[in-house]
Design a protein around this ligand. Structure first.
Ligand code: UT7
Length: 331
């Protein structure tokens, strides 16, 4: 058995806004229905932050929860994935590290939209492998309620706010929790399929988030299937031996289509968006915590994570799930 160094998942934390908005409460102001949203997306409700709560507040809570899940008080680095920074400059990660009392550690943000959590996990794994640090907090936090057009039924009903984080530490590839394989990719020709115009592109108007839903849907199924397959191959895992498939939580139909194409039994595909919606980069750690709570994910499970989104960018990772208790909170 290999004893090579690996980054190991040692803690999982999440934080959700307390306020929940069900489909009916949104449908009133939009040309949509609870039935359309449920049947086309699997979403019944989503969380939204109160005006005084920032993305950084969500990120801090989730990161503190991940540290406490790992029974640690400190980390050697912090990477924040977000598409919804409270301020365009500077990156928020240094402030989060400072608020958590982590000292002057390496801390920076990455922007990879819905693939942000897995891209940040890959970057953190690289930092640990390179000997830059022994542990990294990987945090994903989003406040999409602040960038979606409240009058656009094709996005307003889909996205929600939330945050999740993992603590990665240096360990060995034979341990439970070791990240065993990654697959990352991008295709900039699809840059306009999910975007917010820049000020120079659209100077005088309110600039909202937009998504070409159908095109993204088709590409998401194709790309998450191919990418997940790649990490399964790298681990010599066949679809029937995968215990938990945890895709980005954009749409229940996409999740089932990916499981179907991969040949992973449908009950092993984690679909945890019903009460939180699409939380972009935060969706995978939130889904992991939900799957732990429901017993769908257990220690020793051969687990495949896969994400796709704006950029276009995609990423997958494979690990055996470790023994840990997720720490969750609301704000
Ligand atoms: O997280 C980053 C990656 N994002 C994704 O992976 C999301 C991918 N896309 C999706 O999940 C789906 O495409 C949506 C949920 C966004 C849309 O579902 P769809 O089944 O692909 O619908 P569609 O875009 O093909 O639209 C079908 C119809 C359209 O009306 P017409 O043109 O046929 O008259 C839409 O205008 O549904 C209409 N529609 C709605 N109707 C009622 C779109 N949104 C709504 C709505 N309520 N909320």
């Amino acid at each position: 058995m290999s004893t090579r160094t690996a980054a190991v998942v040692a803690g999982l934390g999440t934080c959700l806004p307390a306020a929940e908005f069900d489909n009916t409460s949104l449908a009133a102001g939009l040309d949509t229905t609870d039935e359309w949203i449920r049947t086309r997306t699997g979403i019944a409700a989503r969380r939204r932050v109160a005006p005084e709560v920032s993305m950084r507040d969500l990120a801090c809570e989730a990161a503190a929860n991940a540290l406490s899940s790992a029974r640690l008080e400190t980390a050697g680095g912090l990477i924040l994935a977000t598409t919804t920074p409270d301020r365009p400059c500077p990156a928020a990660a240094p402030e989060i590290a400072q608020r958590l009392g982590l000292g002057q550690i390496p801390a920076f943000d990455i922007s990879a939209v819905c693939s942000g959590f897995l891209c940040a996990t890959a970057a953190a794994t690289g930092m640990i492998a390179a000997g830059i640090t022994d542990s990294v907090l990987v945090v994903a936090a989003e406040t999409y309620s602040r960038i979606v057009d409240p009058t656009d039924r094709s996005t307003a009903v889909i996205f929600g706010d939330g945050a999740g984080a993992v603590l990665l530490r240096r360990g060995s590839a034979t341990e439970q929790g070791a990240l065993l394989a990654f697959d990352l990719g991008s295709d900039g020709s699809g840059k306009d399929l999910i975007h917010i115009p820049g000020e120079a592109e659209q100077p005088d108007e309110q600039r909202w988030f937009s998504m070409a839903g159908r095109k993204v849907y088709l590409r998401a199924v194709e790309q998450m299937t191919a990418s997940a397959l790649q990490v399964m191959k790298d681990c010599a895992w066949t679809p029937e031996t995968v215990d938990a498939l945890v895709p980005h939580q954009a749409n229940a139909r996409i999740i089932q289509a990916v499981a179907d194409r991969l040949g992973v039994p449908p009950e092993r595909a984690v679909c945890a968006l019903s009460r939180v919606g699409n939380t972009a980069s935060a969706s995978i750690p939130l889904a992991l915590a939900e799957a732990l709570a429901t017993g769908q994910l257990n220690s020793g499970a051969r687990t495949v994570l896969t994400a796709f989104g704006g950029g276009l960018a995609w990423a997958s990772a494979a690990l055996t799930w470790p023994q840990l208790t997720a720490v969750t909170s609301e704000i």
